[in-house]
Design a binder for this molecule. Structure first.
Ligand code: BMA
Length: 305
């Protein structure tokens, strides 16, 4: 089973007339709310700093974008940019997880390729435009790809996050405090399995189904090719993986996925389900935004094998 690319791809391109989304727009979050598709995306402009942009669509294909970022850098803790937004609606409010990229590297942590530390942040909004930072899941360690589940499980808010090289689960009573004793690893890369042999990380809010939480994730291998896969987590205890097919569901093959700012990347932060179709929006080569879809029941059949 493979996702089907939309013929209108890529759907969103950088805007060379702007100063903040001049070079790259990628890694979008998309939710379906009150009959509209709402997108938040990572944008890079003249200063190469990432900011979060917003666009809205009636059909999920043609987008109207706001001509300014909805979340911008604030201080030294995010001075290198805000990356990879993932929006989840929980109990009528909107929460965005994103990676804050700092100018400072915490003691004892190896700097990232551009030199700096990352913090897995959470912000809240009631209108999808105005965002307020509420805190982070952890601090002072290499941790990102954090994603909130769309509802509480056993009374607690739940998030996926990524402590290299594994995906972890975290729980919180208030979305602000995430106690270490309530964190545990779920799954990691599969050495020898090719596409997900080196790193894995969650995509967007897991989809609740009668079989379990359907979770889409990204992975890369020793050749640094990013692909997408899927697995199923237990409904009551999402730290239990019920099924994880060996094969991926999307890999870079179009020119705009193979060549861009970072080659050979499909990276997704969005899987809204509308009328039984899963809409997987993704960044192509850290440069543009595309869409691939499948039927929800087909994806479940594939994951269950
Ligand atoms: C990851 C993130 C993503 C990016 C990917 C590929 O570490 O930074 O934003 O799309 O690398 O470059």
């Amino acid at each position: 089973m493979k996702l089907q690319r939309h013929p209108a791809n890529p759907l969103l391109l950088p805007d060379p007339t702007s100063d903040w989304e001049t070079y790259n727009v990628f890694n979008p979050s998309v939710i379906f709310h009150d009959g509209l598709f709402h997108m938040h995306y990572r944008a890079q402009g003249m200063d190469w700093i990432s900011r979060i942009g917003y666009a809205v669509s009636a059909n999920g294909i043609a987008w109207n974008r706001l001509r300014r970022p909805v979340l911008d850098v604030q201080d030294v803790s995010d001075a290198r940019g805000l990356e990879d937004p993932r929006v989840t609606e929980i109990e009528g409010r909107f929460y965005m997880t994103y990676t804050a990229y700092s100018r400072e590297t915490p003691a004892g942590i190896a700097p990232t390729h551009a030199g700096g530390g990352v913090t897995p942040m959470i912000a809240v909004s009631d209108n999808l435009i105005t965002w307020q930072r509420i805190g982070s899941i952890v601090r002072g360690e290499d941790d990102k790809d954090h994603v909130l589940f769309p509802r509480r499980i056993n009374g607690r808010y739940v998030a996926l996050h990524r402590r290299p090289p594994q995906v972890w689960l975290a729980e919180s009573d208030d979305l602000v405090h995430w106690p270490e004793e309530r964190m545990r690893p779920i799954f990691g890369p599969r050495p020898g399995n090719g596409w997900d042999e080196l790193r894995v990380g969650g995509n967007a809010a897991p989809i609740e189904t009668e079989h379990g939480w359907l979770m889409l994730y990204h992975a890369y291998n020793n050749d640094h090719v990013y692909r997408l896969g899927a697995c199923l987590l237990d409904l009551d205890d999402p730290s239990k993986v019920i099924a994880r097919p060996k094969d991926f569901i999307l890999e870079p093959s179009e020119l705009w996925e193979l060549r861009g700012d970072v080659p050979n990347v499909v990276f997704s932060c969005a899987n809204p389900v509308v009328d039984g179709t899963v809409y997987v929006y993704y960044g192509g080569a850290d440069h543009v935004i595309g869409l691939a879809t499948c039927r929800l029941d087909e994806l479940i059949d594939f994951v269950l094998g």
